[in-house]
Design a protein. Sequence first.
Length: 112
Amino acid sequence: MGDERRNAPREAAYIAAEITVGDGKPKLAVMQDASATGLRLLTHTRVEVGDPIDVALQVEAERRVEVSGEVARVQTLEPGGPWRYRLGVALDEPHPDLAELAHLIGEKQRDA
């Protein structure tokens, strides 16, 4: 996602996620980064731009953050890698804590 499209600064952090699209069955994903208005995910699940999407992030062992949005971008990644698609998700409503959580987790990951 280019800087010109961002409404809020992004924070890098890898967080386990479940996404729900189309058939309603949760699928595995990993959040790559987030802001208050959107996030980027890695997944094997094929989706289309414009698809509604629900995302549940497992922030800590006992803390989940759930957000809803729309798929804004889909990038097909190189075959043979750990993930097939990179998704850009625009949130339906800003989530002011999301970027802060990503920042804190990202710091812990970088320090590890």
